[in-house]
Design a protein around this ligand. Structure first.
Ligand code: AQP
Length: 340
């Protein structure tokens, strides 16, 4: 069986990058795979969080999944902290991964900033927890944005090293070749790395201090329109061929966003808008973004007033996730030689 796992951090300001890079794929994959979608609250606390805000964010991400079309009955939606097997396997992986591997992680360097000595140990070990999130379900496919590629490669390295280090015990316990699959990243489509609307060299991010850098899933139509109109562009007309987007990061970003929202290729977008100026293209992009995101924002708002339903989804999802994770963690403990 092919099983999908992915997660989103409840750290506020869910944006178009999270949506196009990850959540849209979550919805598509439901048709062909068993899917597990997680609100990764244990990851969130690698940086300081206010407990009340965290609680609201966990419910907001859950609402965003559901409002976007994730079906929490057919598939599994839950928050990470409620299935302790994630943290248990993460410890095992802390002992499998090498310090040299983690030292190469660029996200740690970016998020820790200059004062690295003061970063939390959790921020450093984040990729081991992420590997555990995926592998505690022995998931095979992981839809993520481009920025998570390096962490996914690390997860594969950890799975492979575990399988090799414990090969004899894995075989003795009847698991054949290897216990963990090597999970494959699914990074596809025209918007795997959505950039800031203010600066085409920076990724769109929750933590950017400028709200004009991103379109939030909770933005209303007027706000979306304003942000798109103010988005940075260059003075040239849009090219008719994809090659013409080279070295024009802002133009390429907006074309990619349009293509992803409309489920088409960048080339197709350029066929329609190439040769024209940005104002006509931006007007069409506003219409498209409002049409696609408006209903999601409205449904998120409605679900915000129904915390009881959201919490019920999370409890039910955690129960089902735990049952799957538990079986695997028991097998891992046997493989490691822990006495029951
Ligand atoms: N700009 C982006 N373009 C495409 N995909 C993106 N993702 C995030 N930003 C973009 C994808 O969204 C999923 C969830 O991300 P996350 O919440 O786990 O954490 P993040 O990558 O740290 O998100 P941000 O917005 O970038 O937060 P900050 O500001 O804290 O750094 C992932 O699949 C991610 O790839």
């Amino acid at each position: 069986i092919e099983r999908v796992f992915s997660g989103v951090q409840p750290t506020g300001n869910l944006h178009l990058g999270n949506y196009l890079g990850a959540i849209v794929k979550f919805v598509e994959l439901q048709r062909t795979h068993d899917c597990i979608y997680c609100v990764v609250d244990l990851h969130a606390i690698t940086l300081p969080q206010n407990p009340e805000d965290l609680k609201a964010s966990i419910r907001e991400v859950t609402a965003a999944f559901i409002a976007s079309g994730v079906d929490p009955r057919q598939h599994i939606v839950f928050n990470q902290s409620q299935v302790s097997e994630h943290a248990e396997l993460a410890w095992v992986f802390n002992c499998v991964a090498r310090i040299g591997w983690l030292n190469r992680m660029t996200q740690f360097k970016e998020k820790a900033g200059k004062d690295r000595e003061n970063a939390s140990v959790g921020l450093y070990a984040y990729p081991c927890l992420m590997a555990a999130d995926i592998l505690v379900y022995r998931a095979t496919h992981v839809p993520v944005g481009e920025d998570q590629k390096q962490h996914l490669e690390l997860a594969r390295d950890i799975a492979q090293k575990f399988n090799l280090d414990f090969a004899a015990s894995i075989a003795a316990h009847g698991h054949g070749e290897g216990f963990f699959p090597l999970p494959e990243p699914l990074i596809q489509g025209p918007a795997t790395r959505v950039m800031s609307l203010r600066d085409g060299s920076k990724k769109m991010s929750k933590s950017d201090p400028s709200d004009y850098s991103r379109i939030n899933l909770s933005d209303d139509a007027d706000t979306i329109a304003q942000k798109v109109r103010k988005a940075k562009t260059d003075p040239e007309a849009l090219p008719s061929e994809i090659e013409g987007l080279a070295n024009r990061p802002e133009a390429e970003n907006l074309v990619g966003i349009f293509a992803a929202l409309n489920g088409e290729t960048k080339q197709n977008v350029l066929k329609a808008f190439g040769g024209g100026n940005f104002s006509a293209f931006k007007a069409a992009l506003v219409d498209l973004a409002v049409t696609k995101l408006g209903p999601i924002g409205a449904e998120m708002k409605r679900l915000k007033n129904d915390a009881a339903y959201i919490d019920e989804v999370l409890v039910d999802g955690a129960d089902r996730a735990r049952a799957l994770a538990h079986e695997n963690i028991v097998a891992v403990k046997d493989i490691l030689g822990f006495v029951r």
